[in-house]
Ligand binder design. Structure first.
Ligand SMILES: CC(C)(COP(=O)(O)OP(=O)(O)OC[C@H]1O[C@@H](n2cnc3c(N)ncnc32)[C@H](O)[C@@H]1OP(=O)(O)O)[C@@H](O)C(=O)NCCC(=O)NCCS
Length: 117
């Protein structure tokens, strides 16, 4: 999975696994890792990051299964709504999320770096 140079997936993974309000869920296929997704609940909304399926194992339902697992993980914690961000140039992934019933929200995503990068 391509990641942006300013992201640090290894550190993000460790923090998500160690955190009480977050997890990394894995999909297995024939004894091998097929995909993963990071999920967290901040008390108001549930957020999903880094959904990725091995390119050799895509279009087999693993992405759908991982998102269903993330939804269940959040629902079990009384989280009322799941949120995620998709880049505007990632049309294939937007089609994937549309197939799963996700739609665009009438909000602008704002951000500010706190780590000086
Ligand atoms: C997006 C991604 C996770 C989807 O995983 P996947 O296991 O291939 O998806 P699924 O097999 O569960 O697909 C479920 C449905 O989504 C839709 N879909 C999936 N990939 C699609 C694509 N490339 N174009 C259009 N629709 C797509 C289809 O309706 C599909 O059902 P079908 O295969 O019966 O037609 C995978 O393509 C991926 O890892 N992409 C690269 C990383 C990425 O962009 N991650 C998201 C960051 S926000």
């Amino acid at each position: 999975m391509d990641t942006r140079p300013w992201n640090d997936p290894a550190t993000d993974f460790r923090l998500a696994v160690e955190g009480a309000g977050s997890a990394v869920l894995l999909a297995e296929d024939a004894g091998a890792l097929a995909g993963a997704v990071m999920v967290g609940f901040d008390g108001h909304r549930g957020w999903v990051y880094y959904l990725g399926v091995n390119p050799a194992r895509q279009r087999l339902g693993h992405g759908r299964t991982l998102m269903a697992a993330a939804e269940q993980w959040l629902s079990a914690r009384q989280c009322p709504k799941i949120m995620l961000m998709v880049r505007h140039d990632n049309a294939a992934t937007q089609a994937f999320y549309a197939a799963l019933g996700y739609d665009a929200q009438a909000v602008e995503t704002l951000g500010k770096r706190l780590d000086g990068r």
